[in-house]
Design a protein around this ligand. Structure first.
Ligand code: KG4
Ligand code: ZN
Length: 344
């Protein structure tokens, strides 16, 4: 089995070819960091134009590198949401055209399902059900992954996503864009106990997250002039990780039997985050699984792999008139959380 994957939901344009036995034959990721850096964040219009310019050459590149043609593929899978709608439409329309021209099935993949199943691309032994912490720029959720297409959301953020908090901290400290890796690097040089920062929702009964108050406290600490940037970065990262630990532990307590604790999404490439979760897993004699960093941040291999999983599980192809969806929760039945807004 061979699936072509396309990803364009945020600021990475990506294409990949993945086989049914977990081989990534080729993958290409064009980052738009330089285009968005002057604005300190992703500008949707710039992103959509960049996707439109780069996607077709990237698809040609991975086909060439893998030495295959569309005729060799079993399906074309593309992110159909959630994400910045202009970019999602570019990827989905491209996938529709390729599927139509080659008479192959189209798979409209939920970007979050791509993240959620990416650990199974990296680890053949990861079996359902598993506990998943999905931490990215747009989402911060604890999910019970019961099977393909079967996700139960146990917790979400009521305000900012964790990656967003890293990005805003980077902005406050003038570390540039994207912020997460820069904060992680600077934090390594600072004292995590130097700055007293809040741990929002820590100890609360529901395992939800909140990072807006932490971000505001980072701003106040910076403006006070009393702390250096490295200490602020280290203290921020520590506070965020303390919240993750507490919230994840709380969710695991209410979850029943799982085969593993799994982390995915862009923030999962942070070494301290991984270490904290590995520690929780060890204390519960649970396996810990985290994909390699290249599969944590946005990529098309995870979209192709979600396509592979869907095909193998017998899910039908999507019609060529399937719509791009700016919002598309993994667990449509989850109760809305007060204050969670669009990030629910
Ligand atoms: O999954 P992703 O590439 O895109 C979304 O779907 O949002 O996640 C991007 C997010 C950004 O907020 C970025 O700052 C964060 O992941 N990130 C990190 C690190 N690498 C990426 N956050 C903390 N530490 C990192 N090393
Ligand atoms: Zn993502």
């Amino acid at each position: 089995m061979l699936v072509l994957g396309i990803e364009s939901s945020c600021d990475e344009t990506a294409a990949a070819l993945v086989t049914g036995d977990r081989r990534i034959l080729a993958q290409a990721i064009a980052s738009q960091d330089a285009a968005h850096a002057p604005y300190g964040g992703v500008v949707p219009e710039i992103a959509a134009r960049a996707h439109a310019e780069r996607l077709t050459p990237l698809v040609e590149q991975v086909l060439r590198e893998a030495n295959v043609t569309l005729a060799d593929c079993d399906a074309v899978a593309a992110t159909a949401g959630p994400g910045l709608i202009g970019g999602v439409m570019v990827g989905l329309v491209t996938a529709k055209a390729l599927a139509m021209a080659s008479d192959k099935p189209l798979l409209a993949v939920n970007h979050l399902e791509g993240h959620a199943l990416s650990p199974r691309l990296a680890d053949p032994d990861l079996a359902f059900p598993y506990a998943l912490l999905l931490v990215s720029g747009g989402h911060c959720q604890l999910l019970l992954v019961e099977g393909i297409g079967r996700y139960r959301r146990l917790a979400t953020t009521i305000d900012d996503a964790l990656g967003e908090a890293f990005d805003k901290t980077a902005k406050i400290l003038h570390l540039g864009f994207p912020g997460g890796p820069a904060v992680e690097r600077l934090a390594a040089e600072g004292d995590p106990k130097a700055v007293p920062l809040p741990r929002p929702l820590m100890g609360s009964a529901e395992p939800h997250f909140s990072f807006a108050g932490l971000k505001s406290a980072v701003l106040r600490a910076h403006e006070s002039g009393a702390y250096n940037a490295a200490d602020i970065a280290a203290s921020f990262q520590q506070a965020a990780i303390d919240c993750l630990r507490d919230r994840t532990t709380r969710a695991l307590d209410s979850m029943g039997e799982v085969t593993a604790l799994v982390v995915a999404g862009g923030v999962a490439s942070n070494r301290s985050v991984r270490a904290a979760l590995e520690d929780i897993a060890a204390s519960r004699a649970l396996r810990f699984v985290a994909p390699p960093p290249i599969l944590c941040t946005d990529n098309a291999a995870m979209i192709a792999w979600a396509g592979v999983e869907r095909l193998k599980a017998g899910f039908p192809a999507d019609p060529l008139d399937v719509s791009a969806r700016p919002r598309w929760p993994l667990d449509a039945g989850a109760e809305p959380v007060r204050g969670a807004g669009v990030k629910a």
